[in-house]
Design a protein around this ligand. Sequence first.
Ligand SMILES: Cc1cc2nc3c(=O)[nH]c(=O)nc-3n(C[C@H](O)[C@H](O)[C@H](O)COP(=O)(O)O)c2cc1C
Ligand SMILES: Nc1ncnc2c1ncn2[C@@H]1O[C@H](COP(=O)(O)OP(=O)(O)OP(=O)(O)O)[C@@H](O)[C@H]1O
Ligand SMILES: [Mg+2]
Length: 421
Amino acid sequence: MEKHEFQDYNFIQHELKLHDAAMESTSCGISISDARKPDMPLIYVNRAFCEMSGFLEEEVVGKNCRFLQGENRDQSARYIIREALDSGNHCQVLIKNYRKDGTFFWNDLIISPIRDKEGHLTHFVGVQNDVTDREEARREAAAKQIELEKTLETLKETQSMLIHSEKMNALGQMVAGVAHEINNPVAFVASNMHALKQMAEDLKGAYEQLNAAVDASGSEDLKAMARKLSQEADVDFISEDLDDLINSSSAGLKRVKGIVGSLRNFSRLDEADEKIASMKECIESTLEIAGSVVRNRLVIDCQLNDLSPIKCRPSELNQVFLNLIMNAAQAVKEDGRLEIKGSETTDALILTFTDNGLGMDAATQEKIFNPFFTTKQVGEGTGLGLSIAYKIITDGHNGKITVESKVGKGTSFTISLPKNA
Ligand SMILES: Cc1cc2nc3c(=O)[nH]c(=O)nc-3n(C[C@H](O)[C@H](O)[C@H](O)COP(=O)(O)O)c2cc1C
Ligand SMILES: Nc1ncnc2c1ncn2[C@@H]1O[C@H](COP(=O)(O)OP(=O)(O)OP(=O)(O)O)[C@@H](O)[C@H]1O
Ligand SMILES: [Mg+2]
């Protein structure tokens, strides 16, 4: 060997040693596999690779590095690696690997191709980093986040139920209170009316007898005086009108009684439990409640004849119907219409509430059953009506509530209630 050749040799030796020392002292795993041999066996692994994996160098050299995946072969990262290797490209993946003792670690793996001067692929170099702590912390945080979101959802739901049940309770109590207050005076007016009718008849009878007696007396003076008094007091008109007055007052009273009945029916504070009820009656009593608010906005067409009664909690269903009716009233402009129809199959009742109001776009429709979703101004809507309706129908009655709507055309809610829930 010439002197200069010897110096070159020494220099190269020195460089190689330096590279070796660098590879051995880094804390990243480094592995090299031969791309020209079948199944790309490892030809080199550094100290950090062995420490990370728990394998000795002689146990892994000559093997393909997939042994680190253990039984866990169906990872998307593996397919990314294959694609990179097949096309001679670089890749970076996060892959779950297993040490010799069976424990796992998350491997942040970078694989890069090595080419010779002519550009032919000769080797791949892999750089392995154990990122288990980071990855496990991230996964734990993500799981916690999901848990938190779920808790928040539940909280929101519970809160909305509480607010609503409070609202409905207050309304129910008020309605029941008003019904009770009205009931007493109505009862005595009704009984007075009855007495009044009787007395009016007695009075008329007495007057007729008096007239007959005057006629029979033969005294012209008496007759003239009787005629004069009768004309002045308009007795004929009074006796004719009295009947009409009494009859129409009785009819009015009957209506008031009907309304009181509906108010009690609606509040049904005593009937939170299940009972057999007719949906026609439930909806009609709810309409009676909503009537004064919606009457000047909506013409309501109710077609609910011949529906079988079902086992349900009527006070809850009344809340659902009230929410749907109020929403329709708030959605319509002029010529507002709400059609309430009922039909039945062998095992369910189907009720539809169709209005000709503003309608909703698809994005709104997706959210309407969420608690607190509202498009109304602050103070106008709490956004609870439909979320409560949903809960009552699905959880409370094993039924379904769906919506169909077109912007500018109107909205139709369909409720199906199983007959034997
Ligand atoms: C240089 C190099 C290093 C590799 N290092 C790892 C590794 O640390 N962990 C791993 O799971 N796979 C590693 N692989 C990938 C596997 O050896 C193999 O290519 C992969 O599982 C896809 O091939 P397969 O579907 O035939 O198993 C490495 C591949 C190369 C070329
Ligand atoms: N018939 C309907 N036509 C058009 N939009 C409707 C109709 N019913 C409901 N919506 C839309 O769904 C939203 C949610 O309705 P929901 O009854 O839950 O709450 P709200 O009416 O806004 O408030 P709350 O009922 O608590 O007073 C409404 O704000 C409205 O945008
Ligand atoms: Mg509403």
